[in-house]
Design a protein around this ligand. Structure first.
Ligand code: S3P
Length: 451
């Protein structure tokens, strides 16, 4: 595992008046979905690509190949040759979902209604995450037959069978669960209606609708109508925007280093932008331009004009917005270290069930930097200071890509050296993260070395 060292080096300081342009990978959530949905179509779908594919997305790609889908991958595009909702073939061994919760949950929905049996396994982190909640809903409401381990985790054993129509009220707002249920309905040709306690990200609904599927959607509700089938043209191209959750690291880096940074062609789906509202309310000058719509998804350019920004106000995040910014909480917690006053994050217990226990991981690492932080069962409180100077330390990323990236951003305000031992974990969602961060780091008089 590579170690990243983020070290002060005044000779690289580049406090130019220029605006930095940062590139982010394509949206991970949308890429997972187009791979799965295109595989279930009877079309050939080309997805233009412009950067190395994140490990999690590769995991979905490999899983679909194992299910008999022919997928070509080159530097410029992914081409998926769909086999239809019932055209998948029996996997010869368990499907390894590695670190990817989205792969596991989407496949549970797709495989529940097939005419063959299958088993899903994962790495140590995914094997600790809950699978029983979704298995129970698929079993109890759609008539699936899915068994998890005694702890409600992987391996997930799926006995393929006919599913029936369902009307489900989800216990938590979860786009992975909602998407799995919609895909199960698509495969079964049945009607599935879902209500969520809050609106989760709606990429699946938008994509299915853009491909001509009979979908209903309104705030907190989604449904697929009976006998929907993918009626997209035989061959088409589907473009995927930049990942807003990856862009979040540079938005906060620009804010806390008082830089002007621009990120182009990034996804601005309203179910994902809540963290930008939080930062704007705290005083970060954020602007949008070139906003347009592609396949029902909003795209645009984000500019952070923080060069002249004054001090920032603390942030408050509660259960009401949690679903729409949960992946950004690690980097919002870093922002809170440099906002004057006490920031509070609550209603966020689901963070304990992500790639790591993110509440514990944040408390441990923020403390290492020297910021006072208090752990709560469902969140944390952070006493930030505008002029805070973090201590030199060694980070424990707990094998979690978003913890590693968030702490690398905090390190840009620390004099001396900060090391992140398992830094290569960033490739789960952002293989080129450190290459991009290096240019921002230079503006802060920092070098990044990976050894
Ligand atoms: C995702 C949904 C969210 C999010 C995850 C990606 C998706 O999880 O945290 O990183 O692509 O559907 P939940 O569905 O567990 O809320």
């Amino acid at each position: 595992m590579a170690t990243a060292s983020i070290r002060t080096d005044e000779s690289v300081a580049e406090h130019s008046a220029e605006r930095l342009i940062c590139a982010v990978p394509q949206d991970k959530s949308i890429l997972h979905r187009i791979l799965v949905i295109a595989s279930l179509s009877q079309s050939t779908v080309a997805v233009p690509t412009n950067a190395p594919i994140a490990d999690d997305v590769q995991t979905t790609l490999k899983a679909l190949r194992q299910l008999g889908v022919h997928i070509e991958l080159s530097d410029a595009e992914i081409v998926i040759h769909g086999v239809g909702v019932r055209g998948l073939s029996t996997p010869d061994q368990p499907i390894n979902c590695e670190n990817s919760g989205t792969t596991a949950r989407l496949l549970m929905g797709v495989l529940a209604g097939q005419s063959f049996d299958s088993t899903l396994i994962g790495d140590a982190s995914l094997s600790r995450r809950p699978m029983q909640r979704l298995a129970n809903i698929l079993n109890d409401h759609l008539g699936a037959q899915i068994a998890c381990s005694d702890e409600g985790t992987m391996p997930v054993r799926i006995t393929g069978r006919e599913l029936h129509d369902a009307h489900i009220t989800l216990p938590v707002a979860s786009a992975q669960m909602k998407s799995a249920l919609l895909l199960a309905g698509l495969v079964a040709g049945g009607a599935v209606r879902i209500e969520e306690p809050a609106q989760s990200r709606d990429h699946t609904e938008r994509m299915l609708s853009a491909l001509g599927i009979d979908i209903t959607r309104e705030e907190g509700r989604a449904g697929i109508r009976k006998s929907s089938s993918i009626i997209a043209p035989n061959s088409f191209e589907y473009s995927v925007p930049g990942d807003l959750s990856s862009a979040a690291f540079f938005v906060v880096a620009a804010a806390i280093l008082r830089l002007d940074v621009e990120i182009k062609n990034v996804g601005l789906n309203p179910t994902r932008t809540a963290f930008l509202d939080v930062l704007t309310d705290a005083g970060v000058p954020i602007f949008f331009s070139d906003v347009c719509e592609v396949h029902g998804e909003r795209w645009g350019t984000i500019s952070i004009n923080a060069r002249a920004a004054q001090s920032y106000k603390p942030i408050g995040i509660g259960a009401d917005v949690f679903a729409n910014l949960q992946d950004e909480i690690p980097i919002l917690a870093v922002f809170a270290m440099f906002a004057g006053g006490t920031s509070s994050i609550s209603g966020a217990a689901e963070l304990r069930r992500k790639e790591s226990d993110r509440i514990a991981a944040l408390v441990e690492n923020i403390s290492k930097f020297g910021t006072p932080v208090r752990e709560r069962e469902d969140g944390l409180e952070i006493d930030g200071r505008t002029e805070f100077v973090p201590r030199q330390c060694q980070i424990d990323a707990f094998g979690d890509h978003r913890i590693a990236m968030a702490m690398a951003v905090a390190a840009l305000r620390a004099p001396g050296e900060v090391t992140i031992p398992d830094a290569s974990v960033v490739s789960i969602s952002f293989p080129t993260f450190f290459a991009e961060l290096t240019r921002i780091a230079a503006a802060a008089g920092k070098t990044i070395t990976i050894t």
